[in-house]
Design a protein around this ligand. Structure first.
Ligand SMILES: [Zn+2]
Length: 408
């Protein structure tokens, strides 16, 4: 069955909007995307008429972990089987909100990816990291229990222990993530907010550990994503050859210049900072996180605005993690516009830039171009004038993933 989408405007993901555009696909790839004038005839096509057609969006930093609160300890107090059931609903929410691809940076995503690929769960394409490599006492450790329990809890919930110390263990840690099916390697290169004892300003992992991780990941054709708030952690990550910085809270001119020079992308996760500031308290954010969240919140938007201004390449990521929060991923676009992007730049960060966060594992997707995967959404309204319409699931009227219709 051929699908033909006729739109008032076609947003290709990168480049100019085409007024009166058509997208055609009859299998998993797009066969035509462009002006209605040049479109081939498709007499037997299933025709969809819409305001806007654009590529399916990319969430480049999320966690499928199945909790209801803003307290990570909820994970360790629950059975992994139950948490796993819950994330299947979050996967569906993301897809129906127009997100056809998710880079999942720690949690149950690697298992979810298999179930979705098998066709047993309805959800986006998931490119998962397995766990999140962390040094002992780092952001990916569990500080409120002894180390043996922490390791076994992490392994029990997410498939493998992710605490590593020294270059050899760091390398072995990458290999453990690969045996979970990791498509990207996630590490913690600075302290974080939702962990008890570490300081977001301080770097985590030594130079030797970072280099071992990057070396092993690169050899296995995986890109490394580094959680970083503080400047020293960001600079160390860039020096070690890491290609995406997550959060980037205390980003300054020197960091932005180094990112551009070394072809490093930023995944800002503005959403989670806003969420913790506005809703964290009622969602049970632990006491220890409140001060850290407030301090990071005060600086984060300035860092993102600077990155936008300097021309750092940015991909959309929210750090969304909770049950039912998934599906709100599109709120990030308006937050990016608040930080200085044009609506079209925000859409590019949410579409065409997404696959670049996967390096050699990237699919041929993210734009409406002939030959690319038919990950396509229809939207009622014009997101180039009001990008906030992409925050509401109901405005996304049709969702196609790999040419298959999941909504509409
Ligand atoms: Zn995260």
């Amino acid at each position: 069955m051929t699908t033909r989408i006729e739109a008032t405007r076609l947003i290709p993901g990168r480049g100019d909007v085409v007024n009166s555009g058509v997208v055609i696909f009859d299998d998993s790839a797009i066969s035509y995307a462009g002006a209605a004038d040049g479109a081939p005839a498709t007499p037997d096509a299933d025709v969809v008429v819409t305001d806007t057609v654009m590529p399916g969006m990319w969430e480049c930093h999320g966690h499928f972990i199945g909790i209801y609160t803003a307290n990570i300890d909820e994970v360790w107090g629950a059975r992994p089987q139950l948490l796993s059931m819950r994330v299947t609903a979050d996967a569906r929410r993301a897809l129906h909100a127009g997100f056809t691809s998710v880079r999942e940076l720690g949690g149950l995503g690697s298992f979810l990816a298999f179930a979705i690929e098998e066709g047993q769960v309805e959800g986006p394409n998931v490119y998962a990291s397995g766990g999140m490599l962390s040094m002992t006492g780092g952001h990916g450790d569990v500080h409120g229990m002894d180390i043996a329990d922490a390791r076994s809890q992490i392994a029990r919930h997410w498939g493998e222990d992710n605490i590593v110390d020294g270059p050899d263990e760091a390398r072995a840690g990458v290999r453990r993530m690969l045996r979970l099916g990791a498509r990207v390697i996630k590490i913690h290169a600075s302290g974080g907010v939702l962990s008890q004892l570490d300081d977001p300003h301080l770097p985590q992992f030594s130079k030797e550990e970072l280099e071992a991780i990057v070396d092993e990941a690169t050899r296995m054709e995986r890109l490394v994503a580094a959680h970083t708030h503080g400047k020293r952690g960001m600079m160390a990550a860039i020096d070690a050859g890491i290609k995406t910085l997550e959060h980037g809270t205390y980003l300054d001119e020197e960091v932005a210049d180094a990112m551009i020079e070394n072809d490093v992308m930023l995944v800002p996760t503005r959403w989670v900072v806003e969420f913790l500031t506005v809703e964290g308290e009622e969602k049970g954010m632990p006491e220890y996180a409140k001060k850290k969240a407030a301090a990071a919140g005060a600086k984060h938007a300035d860092g993102i605005a600077l990155a936008v201004d300097k021309g750092v390449k940015i991909a959309l990521g929210t750090d969304i993690f909770g049950v039912g929060l998934w599906g709100r991923n599109g709120e990030e676009l308006a937050l990016m516009v608040d930080c200085g992007m044009t609506p079209l730049q925000a859409i590019e960060s949410a579409t065409a830039n997404g696959p670049d966060t996967l390096g050699p594992q990237a699919p041929n997707a993210g734009q409406l171009l002939e030959g690319m995967d038919a990950d396509v959404i229809c939207v009622s309204g014009d997101p180039t004038t009001d990008v906030s319409i992409l925050a509401t699931t109901e405005n996304v009227t049709h969702v196609f993933k790999g040419g298959t219709r999941y909504k509409g």
